[in-house]
Design a protein around this ligand. Structure first.
Ligand SMILES: Cc1cc2nc3c(=O)[nH]c(=O)nc-3n(C[C@H](O)[C@H](O)[C@H](O)COP(=O)(O)OP(=O)(O)OC[C@H]3O[C@@H](n4cnc5c(N)ncnc54)[C@H](O)[C@@H]3O)c2cc1C
Length: 493
């Protein structure tokens, strides 16, 4: 089944979500709450895209794994052509989002599909038939019902100098408290659950490499409405006072609420568990057989390719409107953005072209996908810096709101003093409102943190290019030097 936006809103209204705390209150109707309303509207748009004529051919597919038509975002690519098809579908979605809203339903649909693709050669092989069946059923449920997942995988920031098992309370990180005949009882919290308050399912998949204590070695999927699942929401960045879409064009479309996910003695039924008690198997999950890292970074490349197109458009529009586009220093900066754009496009296409054919799935080239996505951890904040630099102090003095244009006396002043060579005042203010909401507002700053940290810490990720990603190939490069060293003459003995 492919849902419509209205089906998703109905599901939220019926309470198919976790308990949500916002500023000391429990949220009863999440669809009407000002902190979540815009995001729910955007998710609803995501579902509706699947029904629009210009998107249908990209976003809908007959899915042989479930025997019916589903969203392309659940589709398991079996060859290069099918991976391209999946990528083009995701690209359509992110062009619609202008590269924002990275925790739209498609993100975790790809994860759920990926686990299904490795049901046999990883989950079955390592954890046995029961876990394999769980993976298959969880995928079929998600794809058939077009469900919306959140995920949270990082332990709270209690004390990073010690592993969570050595903290005063070892159940700050989510851990198994006890086993029962029905399942596992778990307790703890996880960061950072973007979209948690309006999601219907959750994936909990911790990076257990940081702490191999077996109580943390558990991955599962769960309905968020299960007893004990709670989301403590951060402050909403939604427009305050009388302001709205004119003043906050990005926030009012793409503000993505984040929350702390708390699992308060939650029962995880056995048929929702997919990984248990074998911490050493994380390597196969993250880096080898399943290679989750390769896949989620590939998704980031697609998101961020769309975003870079949007940011390039923003920078060029500003430069051309205010007549700075002929300065060589500005051209150099616009060129820099376009270089990142080309790198994104190259990484996206090359990870497809040079992907890996496995028996059940064709996957993007992990080295290229991870490298391109990791580049973005520094490239996107740098693009924001460029936008700040070319718009300079003029990014700040923009009239407060749309009503400034409704006052005829003031409008005459605005039309005279806020116009630019290339744009009338109203257009220029619209453009600069987009600019500020991208580089300066709470939403803008949140996205910059997202671009830097949503795949983990950039220092560690860049270092991993050496320690993990190129582990098998790095000696090949050293050999190119070594061979010349071996040919060089040695001193006579
Ligand atoms: C806006 C946003 C949305 C996100 N959405 C999600 C989501 O939906 N789901 C999800 O699971 N995750 C999400 N994340 C990612 C995640 O929650 C963390 O932000 C990310 O994994 C980094 O962890 P941390 O913030 O605890 O920082 P840490 O990893 O603790 O790093 C903090 C600082 O300490 C340093 N540091 C920490 N440990 C070490 C070490 N061992 N050696 C050297 N230096 C170290 C780092 O360099 C860094 O400067 C999101 C992140 C952001 C910013």
């Amino acid at each position: 089944m492919i849902r419509k936006g209205i089906d998703f809103i109905k599901s939220m209204k019926e309470g198919h979500h976790g308990e949500i705390y916002y500023n000391g209150e429990k949220v009863s109707d999440v669809t009407e709450h000002p902190a979540f309303r815009a995001a729910i509207h955007t998710v609803s748009d995501y579902y509706d895209l699947h029904w629009k004529d210009e998107y249908k051919e990209y976003l809908r597919v007959y899915n042989p794994d479930v025997g019916e038509e589903t969203s392309i975002t659940f589709f398991r690519p079996r060859n290069k052509e099918e991976l391209r098809r999946l990528r083009m579908g995701i690209s359509k979605i992110y062009d619609f989002y202008r590269g924002f809203f990275g925790r739209s339903p498609d993100y975790l649909n790809v994860w759920t599909m990926l686990f299904y693709a490795h049901a046999d050669d990883y989950f079955g092989k390592v954890f046995g038939n029961k876990m394999m069946e769980n993976v298959i059923e969880i995928y079929r449920e998600a794809a058939k019902q077009d469900l919306f997942y959140t995920h949270a995988i990082v332990a709270p920031m209690y004390d990073r100098s010690r592993p969570p098992s050595q903290w005063e309370d070892p159940y700050i990180q989510v851990g198994v408290v006890r086993e029962t005949t029905e399942g596992l009882v778990v307790r703890g919290a996880a960061l950072l659950s973007t979209a948690g308050p309006y999601s219907e399912r959750l994936w909990y998949l911790p990076n257990i490499k940081r702490d191999t204590d077996p109580r943390y070695s558990v991955f599962f999927s769960l309905p968020t409405e299960s007893k004990g699942v709670k989301f403590i929401s951060r402050r909403g960045f939604h427009p305050k006072e009388e302001f709205g879409e004119f003043e906050y064009p990005i926030t009012s479309r793409y503000e993505e609420p984040d929350a702390i996910m708390v699992l308060d003695n939650v029962l995880i039924p056995w048929d929702r568990v997919i990984f248990y008690k074998k911490p050493e198997e994380i390597e196969g999950f993250m880096w080898h057989t399943v290679n989750l890292r390769g896949w989620f970074n590939w998704h980031f490349v697609i998101q961020h390719y769309s975003r870079t197109k949007f940011l390039a458009g923003l920078a060029i529009a500003i430069a051309e409107a205010v007549g700075i586009n002929n300065f060589i220093n500005v051209q150099e900066k616009l060129g820099e953005i376009l270089i990142y754009l080309a790198m994104y496009e190259a990484g996206m296409v090359a990870s497809e072209e040079l992907g890996e054919q496995l028996p059940g799935v064709y996957r993007p080239n992990p080295q290229i996908a991870i490298a391109t996505s990791s580049m973005g951890m520094k490239a996107l904040p740098r693009i924001n810096e460029i936008l700040r630099s070319i718009s300079a102090g003029s990014s700040i003095p923009v009239p407060a709101g749309i009503r400034d244009f409704e006052n005829p006396e003031e409008r005459a002043l605005l039309d005279k003093y806020l116009a630019s060579k290339g744009l009338p005042a109203l257009e220029r203010v619209k453009l600069f409102n987009i600019l500020w909401d991208t580089i300066g507002s709470e939403t803008g700053m949140r996205y910059e943190q997202y671009d830097r940290f949503s795949r983990g810490d950039p220092t560690i990720r860049w270092a991993q290019m050496y320690t993990e990603v190129y582990k098998d190939r790095k000696q090949e490069f050293v050999k190119m030097v070594r061979d010349i060293m071996d040919q060089m003459p040695n001193p006579k003995a």
